[in-house]
Write a protein that binds this ligand. Sequence first.
Ligand code: SF4
Length: 343
Amino acid sequence: MRDIKELSLDELGKKLLSLGSNKYYAKEIFGWIYKKGALAFDRMSNLPAVLRRSLSEEFYILGLKPVGLEKSKDGVEKFLFELKDKNLVESVSIPASSRITGCISSQAGCKYACNFCASGLKGFKRNLSKGEILDEVLYLKNNCKAGSLTHIVFMGTGEPLDNYDNVIGAIRAINSRDALNIGARRITISTCGIIPGIERLAKEDLQVELSVSLHAADDKTRDMLMPVNKRYPLEKLMACLGQYIEKTNRQITFEYILIKGVNSGAASSQKLALLLKKIKLAKINLIPANPVAELNIAPPSRSDIISFKESLLKAGLNVTLRRERGQDISAACGQLRLKYEKI
Ligand code: SF4
């Protein structure tokens, strides 16, 4: 059995022809799966019965099974899914006033082992397929309490640019009018700084947002927090991002997790201001660290967070401070999976 979501609209049309059917049913099938949330071919009442039977003999629609759910008082819901090979992945729905964001995983585990992240603690298992990524989006769309998703961020477990083809394939379906129809500017790819992936993304005909996990403005601190920096150090990364902006004319958001005693003092904010002033169209998103017991990290005090933000604003930078969400559940990426695997 194959996952039907691996097929593009064209590929599904060709498949229907090979089954002796009409390729125009492909749009109907996409509508049932992506717009109406059908989980069985039997529900597709406007398809001929013989076609529904052929499809159900060869394909399945949903490939993951929900095995855990945590609900925060502020409306954040964190889902844990088991894949067909028993690997686990997490997805989160985050409602805000005018939007509902789905935070999606792109890999089971992660090979980049960032020092502040629970996702890398159990190592890398495998890439998610395009269909599995779409499973997460569809499950959230059809089941999160807040309503339908308006935004998608690839900020869950895994490095999306390390699973490039499957992530871009899924984004094309998320963006397609025939499938989920979420605007490209409402889709964000978040990377730890994989230069070849950023270079490829600059050449795509997709207006998606790019977010870079920076977290330190000098190589020594970034090497310690993010081992990927040894492979793609700041100077090369910044040059690549400068070229990305030249080519796409799109803003880049720099994510910066504030960790007590590591990267949140006055010297760190000055280095950050110096580094990002060279990048036109840069926005900085400050994120107070989520405490992760296994990693012994904690956020700085509220006053230190505000001073850090103020010093960047004074330097003329575009800065936001992310509202802390889901603090009463396993909010940091990878925590719910870790908890489940410990049971
Ligand atoms: S922050 Fe991202 S790249 Fe780093 S270990 Fe976590 S999931 Fe992987």
